[in-house]
Design a protein around this ligand. Structure first.
Ligand SMILES: Cc1cc2nc3c(=O)[nH]c(=O)nc-3n(C[C@H](O)[C@H](O)[C@H](O)COP(=O)(O)O)c2cc1C
Length: 192
């Protein structure tokens, strides 16, 4: 099944770290992308670890600055106020996202679901017959994060999911090692 990956339109994001090499990962010839949103660095930390160990292109999703006019609600967290829109407008990605065999997607859990910038990204792309692995970071409750991710990735193949609680506070560095192991396991499950 899933022999014919379909093109993915390029819509959103900003920072792209391109390895410009699609080499052999864990004995497989795979093109891998890590697409993530992070507000405070936890998800970025894991995204970088995954990209490093899988030799992936690292693509950061960034909401358009100052675009708060259509915010539907505010969520107060730790004394900060953050606009929580279901589908915020994103900075365009200047990259062809259709070329990859395996996509890692990740973000923080917000309101027990996908952080809105990742929800926006996933809702604006076609993922029919693609392969995915989904990760998140959270502080207490993952809620429906992975269920909502799967709903947005219908027609694709979700190879696995994983969540990490406060990975930046993980002084032993175990989260980094765990996410690297998990990423390689996902590569092992993927077809090239
Ligand atoms: C607006 C907002 C909503 C959040 N909602 C949740 C939540 O529902 N459940 C939870 O466990 N953590 C929640 N958190 C905490 C983040 O998921 C957690 O701190 C995460 O590791 C932050 O990732 P980041 O550093 O990549 O932004 C929320 C944080 C913010 C800012």
């Amino acid at each position: 099944m899933n022999e014919q990956p379909q093109p993915v339109a390029c819509v959103a994001g900003s920072e792209i770290v391109s390895q410009e090499r699609f080499g052999t990962v864990a004995g497989k010839s795979l093109r891998v992308a890590v697409v993530y949103y992070s507000h405070e660095g936890n998800s970025r930390h894991l995204a970088r670890e995954i990209a490093r160990v899988t030799e992936a292109d690292l693509i950061e999703i960034t909401p358009r600055a100052g675009d708060t006019s259509s915010a539907v609600s505010r969520y107060v967290w730790g004394g900060k106020q953050i606009e929580v829109e279901e589908y915020p407008e994103l900075v365009p990605i200047e990259k062809d996202l259709s070329v990859y065999d395996l996509y890692f997607f990740g973000s923080p859990v917000w309101n027990r679901s996908l952080a809105p910038p990742l929800a926006s990204f996933l809702s604006s792309h076609e993922f029919f017959r693609k392969q995915f692995a989904v990760f998140c970071t959270y502080a207490g409750r993952i809620g429906n994060y992975f269920e909502h991710a799967r709903q947005k990735l219908l027609g694709g193949d979700v190879l696995g999911t994983i969540g990490f609680k406060d990975p930046l506070a993980d002084e032993g560095g175990d989260a980094a090692a765990q996410v690297r192991r998990w990423a390689l396991h996902m590569v092992g499950k993927a077809r090239g």
